[in-house]
Ligand binder design. Sequence first.
Ligand code: SF4
Ligand code: SF4
Length: 305
Amino acid sequence: MSTPLIFNIQKYSIHDGEGIRDTVFFKGCPIACQWCHNPESQSYHPDLMYYQDRCTGCGACIRACPNKAVSYREDHKVVTDRTLCNVCGTCTDYCVFNAREVAGKEYEIDELVRILDKDRMFYEQSGGGITLSGGEVLAQDIDYVEELTRRLYERGYSVDIDTCGEVPYEHIKRVLPYVDTFLYDIKLLDPELHKKYTGVDNRLILENLKKLSADGGKINIRLPLITGVNATDEYIQEVIDFLHDNQISVYRVNLLKYHDTGRGKYAKLEREYDNSEMAVPDQEWLDRAVAAFKQSGYQNIHIGG
Ligand code: SF4
Ligand code: SF4
């Protein structure tokens, strides 16, 4: 069994399922949404993050780097040549200003369960639990994910899985007995547009959703909505028709309005971020989308996570 990388354990989250939850973000995802606000979640390998606002230009990282990947630019700003950096992490030990860190750390299951156990009281008092997210948790070593999920379930925790659905159905099936709710994303229904904006078409994602529903999974549909991409009345009707025509058993729907808080993270990875086509849907349109769902018989509809 291989141990996946985790890039964040978010405590006391109220946006990733019901109640207060600890959310574990696994690193690595089979799709890459153009609006992704966690770009460090995409690669299955560790990433070096650089916080320019904390950097004093002291040069300790330049001297420490065994690969000579760090240097001063002409204007004395510190830059990292990512083609030379193998993310060894040495520079992070020398930067006393915490301007450099590595995203992605292995956690053995015992260690992770110990960390999550500490918040048992919050889960119990709020009707919350633990959400496994990412990246894509179901694209990790499924032996690890199944064992983790089973152990959390056996401790009496509500375990939710946040998934993009682009995974072998076998992986979903293996965790199904231990999962409370699947937070299941639908990004776009048109396969070509899905490919344009995420890198893959949606055939497997939609097939898996149908199978999960037929197998009795509790499904919370999550719709990222972006003006310029999919925040239209027509798209909302398309989703409603898809859910209805395929008799998807829907427990809840969340309308997730786009935000560009990921912009700063792209900068920390020294990657470009082009959101010129994307904008935040306005409240009036979101209210209309909620109304469309309700008129079609779906009552458990929420704006936000
Ligand atoms: S060690 Fe840290 S503060 Fe010093 S130059 Fe490098 S990144 Fe900046
Ligand atoms: S992570 Fe390692 S290789 Fe990359 S810049 Fe830091 S010291 Fe150099």
